[in-house]
Design a protein around this ligand. Sequence first.
Ligand SMILES: NC(=O)c1ccc[n+]([C@@H]2O[C@H](COP(=O)([O-])OP(=O)(O)OC[C@H]3O[C@@H](n4cnc5c(N)ncnc54)[C@H](OP(=O)(O)O)[C@@H]3O)[C@@H](O)[C@H]2O)c1
Length: 681
Amino acid sequence: ILVELRAVALNYRDPMRANGLLPPEAVEGSPLSRGLGCDGAGIVSAVGPGVTAYKTGDRVSGLMAAALGSHALTHAGAVGPMPGTMSYIEAATFPVAFLTVHHTLADQARPLPGETLLVHGGAGAVGLAALQCARHLGLRVIATAGTETKRDLLRTLGVEHVLDSRSLDFAPRVRELTDGKGVDIVVNSLSGEAIAQSLDLLRPNGRFIELGKRDIFLNNPLLLRPFHRSLTFLGFNLDSIVFDRARGPRLVLDTAARVAAGQYRPLPHTVCPAARVDEAFRLLQHSRHVGKVVVAFDPLDEPVPVEPALGVPALDGEGTYLVTGGLGGFGAATAEWLADRGARHLALVGRRGAEAPEAAAVLQRLAARGVTATAYAADVTDETAVREVIAAVDATGHPLRGVVHCAMQLDDAPLADLTDERFAAVFAPKAAGAHILDRLTTGRALDLFLLHSSVTAATGNLAQAPYVAANAHLEALARARRNAGRTATALAWGPIADTGYVARSNLAATMTGLGFEPVTSTEAFAAADHILAAGTDVAGIGRYRWGRARRLLPSLATPRYAALVPAGAADADESREELLRSLAAMSTEDAVRAITEALARHLAGVLHIDPSELDPDRNLEDFGVDSLMGAEFILQAREYFGIHIPPGELMGGGRTLTHFARLIHDRLGLHSSQGAPPPGP
Ligand SMILES: NC(=O)c1ccc[n+]([C@@H]2O[C@H](COP(=O)([O-])OP(=O)(O)OC[C@H]3O[C@@H](n4cnc5c(N)ncnc54)[C@H](OP(=O)(O)O)[C@@H]3O)[C@@H](O)[C@H]2O)c1
């Protein structure tokens, strides 16, 4: 069924996913992880053949992949009818939390009235749902939570025994509260040692419901001795149950029936209108909410700023695309990209034609994929020669449909050293060549007129005055053509890592050191697809560290570039570089201490506390760092040190600031290169 969304509740995995912090195993093969949001409520706007349970106009709530949008497509069995009086916002608070709890606690653990339940993380959405379910089943509840505010909430909700989940003291306290007998069921979301401690608390015939994913994804082992007491360990994956044709619909309908009967009630929630979805993500990320954060799509709210999904228009398989400089380097990669986009006839032009060193390999690669590529030997500054190439193309019966101008000639030298001839030799192939191509294709129906420019057109460059001028000229030509209603795009590339001049001259490390980090041609063309689809006239594609670049190119410090070089970027970059430089000169112990201090500053920022309150030798978990705060901390550390720390490494025993500082120290490779310049990220 197709559902027009009216409310979508977020889950912790959404901000994790948006920040690229979910491990691949959490996403691969999971229909619910196809996009953001999976708790939805809305109106059925279409039903597929064979769907009898719902019709257009029905109000439903349930699980739907990529629910955070105007519409979502889902299985009829994954949603349930909404009670008549319930709002969409309330209905969106149910699916993930209550399906999880109903399946694991009510269906799988099969509690008997009067049994004792220990709920870890009782103030989270699933925890709150478990409390409702437990009350309904007549269970005695002990709950844990990580902060005093959350524990207060649980007491207010009538939970008799509330303990701290951040220390392992909960185990002896539970024994005390149960006269040494322990509990019958544990609903767990804690990780590491807390799992073993909680298993030990189970009475004979006890059931352990594992809702945390961390230890499962890390494939951590579990000791089996406790199971001698006839214990049951229940793992859980919502995808596997909800999309199981036998179990899924029954679970969804059972849960919906409890909702309809008022046994399960909406969870506490905070609402953000869809136009301010960013606030919803921030709220969740900083755990400043109780229960659920719901994004509301109310037609009466302010409109949602929508960025249209741009389809990349295919090129004309019957037409010919002419690529100057297309017989080698980045020009040849460009020709292959045109083939990726549907071009089947290419005219590749260079002064050496098929004699160019890479030409044979380029032609062979294209032929192998069914593309007719013809090499033409012509100088693009020679109008007669270019006219002849176009005439030859016309004679093939595959009319010229596009031009990509990649030809370039370099001759780096200070401007004062250049003669007119040397200047023109660099300037003309780009600038004069582009004008010739522009003139000779006037009146033709082209769907592409692409000019390869360079980031240097914006930043300037030492010893490259004619090259910079020529690229600036190409960008002006693109704008002039657009103004005249003709197609044109100039793409100002940063250095390319895998092919072309920079790669051939082994300049990647030097460029990175200067703040211009090479990108692969795959990354470059992915960005180009987007820009071309958007119909932009001039755009840049590259990865830059402006703080470094500014030291080489003073022009970047002038007000003219204020928009290009974000305020503070230079300082942040410089302070990072300064840190890395000074670290390299320190002894290992001093460097680890300095990194620890930098990490403490970041973590303190995340936790809104003073860095001095952070004991570097305590586990991060002890500071109340939950997975989302952890995610933010990791992102900051990643940004600052240019080092990847997998989120899974954050929690558990021995995960102290000092531990991470040692890890970063090792990964920076400082111990092996004392005094050497810092490596690039
Ligand atoms: N590679 C990078 O990192 C990078 C970065 C930014 C921008 N770009 C832009 O990307 C384009 C391609 O760069 P690249 O690195 O691939 O350069 P490249 O390897 O040096 O190739 C330049 C090509 O242009 C051809 N050419 C030069 N003068 C010509 C002329 N007068 N008429 C016809 N063909 C001519 C050359 O072939 P013949 O010698 O046989 O004529 C050669 O195939 C350039 O426009 C450059 O500004 C590249």
